[in-house]
Design a protein around this ligand. Structure first.
Ligand code: HEC
Ligand code: HEC
Ligand code: HEC
Ligand code: HEC
Ligand code: HEC
Ligand code: HEC
Length: 240
């Protein structure tokens, strides 16, 4: 190995780096002089407003005032009081109201701004931890990140029709006292109606083929709760 050459290269690399960083410092000084600091009097509070219930959502003043060019009185106080949390107290700060043209829906109607029944993910957060259904059978795991990243699905693919955006909507689907034949039919309907809308062997693996990928079972559940879950094999027995 030619160490001499190597050191020459690294020296000249260092020189380049140094001059680059000098240039960068020089320019960033200029840039920081050119960029005005965020002016809260002009554009509203810098901190985003976050609602935690019933669903977590976010509003930022900057995107509406500085970026979209809206004035304070486009919203205050006709649509929103200038007080964080005040609107929630009205009891109708909901998607339904938006659809009727109230609150965020005054503008998010598909003409002034994107419609509130689209792009859920612009305003809402997907849960990071997997959702584990524990009833009627324990346990079925649903992981948002797999669906968003590997599946590349938009929120509204599921949340417009298939699932309510709240935990427990499947579990609320009660099973009546059924005969064996009806039970099979019921099970098929249950799967078809929810996860099976995609897990049909064409858009995603079929629910009839790999029960235990979803049904992680009591063992999988316990492992998940203790944070040591391993990938279940299709041969793992479930409790049904
Ligand atoms: C697109 C609508 C919109 C515009 C435009 C807007 N705001 Fe707001 N503002 C909101 C919403 C929504 C809230 C939260 C209200 C609530 O939680 O009930 C809020 C809350 C506030 C609050 C209270 C923050 C707190 O922590 O209590 C202040 C102050 C405020 N806005 C100032 C401004 C100013 C100043 C402007 C203009 C530069 C402005 N807003 C423009 C929607 C808007
Ligand atoms: C006075 C009209 C108005 C109201 C009321 C309003 N918005 Fe907007 N919003 C806009 C406009 C205009 C844009 C930019 C155009 C677009 O993205 O369609 C925008 C853009 C956005 C964006 C995208 C910004 C980004 O990050 O790129 C989000 C998120 C958003 N609004 C959330 C909300 C929420 C939440 C509310 C209610 C609390 C709300 N808006 C109320 C007019 C409004
Ligand atoms: C423009 C921003 C915006 C978009 C887009 C949006 N939401 Fe919302 N959503 C909100 C705000 C603000 C609230 C009220 C405060 C809260 O609960 O976070 C809310 C509340 C909710 C709630 C609880 C209250 C209720 O209405 O039942 C659900 C569920 C919900 N949104 C689902 C959705 C789904 C599903 C989509 C996409 C189809 C969506 N949202 C798109 C802003 C938005
Ligand atoms: C492949 C389908 C699918 C997609 C895509 C999806 N979700 Fe979900 N989501 C679900 C299911 C299933 C549940 C649980 C519903 C239940 O328990 O009945 C859920 C529940 C939720 C909940 C409620 C969590 C709780 O603890 O109550 C929120 C919030 C949510 N999703 C937000 C989002 C957001 C935001 C996106 C897009 C970034 C998204 N989801 C994309 C299927 C999906
Ligand atoms: C909107 C379509 C859609 C819905 C609804 C849906 N999935 Fe998926 N799912 C996908 C896609 C796409 C993939 C990634 C491709 C694949 O693995 O076949 C995926 C992957 C998965 C994986 C990962 C498989 C692996 O190989 O790691 C599991 C587990 C899963 N889904 C469970 C569920 C459960 C449980 C439900 C119902 C609560 C559900 N899915 C609902 C589309 C969906
Ligand atoms: C794509 C995910 C997925 C796959 C694959 C899947 N299931 Fe399910 N299954 C669910 C969900 C979600 C529920 C409802 C939540 C719960 O019971 O915990 C459920 C519920 C059930 C129930 C309970 C229904 C009730 O009301 O008592 C049985 C039994 C069941 N599944 C059997 C199976 C069998 C057998 C297979 C394989 C042939 C299978 N599932 C494959 C997601 C799946």
């Amino acid at each position: 190995m030619n160490t001499n050459k190597a050191s020459t290269v690294s020296l000249s690399a260092l020189t380049t780096l140094l001059s680059a960083s000098f240039v960068a410092t020089f320019f960033s000084a200029n840039i920081s002089m050119a960029t005005e600091p965020y002016d809260a009097d002009k554009y509203g509070p810098q901190e985003p407003i976050i609602w935690a219930t019933p669903s977590k959502s976010i509003f930022t003043h900057k995107t509406h005032t500085m970026d979209a060019g809206l004035a304070c009185d486009d919203c205050h106080d006709g649509i929103f009081p200038m007080e964080q949390g005040a609107t929630e107290k009205n009891g109708d700060f909901t998607m339904k109201s938006f659809k009727e043209g109230k609150y965020c829906g005054t503008c998010h109607d598909g003409s002034t701004a994107f419609e509130s029944s689209t792009q859920c993910g612009s305003c809402h957060f997907a849960p990071e931890a997997p959702i584990v259904f524990t009833s009627p059978v324990k346990a079925v795991a649903f992981d948002h990140s797999i669906h968003l990243q590997k599946g590349k699905l938009a929120c509204e693919t599921c949340h417009k029709e298939v699932f309510a955006m709240k935990k427990g909507s499947i579990e609320e689907a009660e099973q009546a006292n059924l005969s064996d034949g009806d039970k099979r039919k019921y099970l098929e309907q249950l799967h078809n109606k929810y996860c099976g809308t995609c897990h049909d062997s064409s858009q995603a693996f079929g629910y009839l083929t790999r029960c235990t990928v979803c049904h992680i079972g009591v063992k999988g559940y316990d492992a998940q709760q203790s944070g040591t879950q391993k990938k279940d094999k299709d041969t793992v027995k479930t409790n049904h």
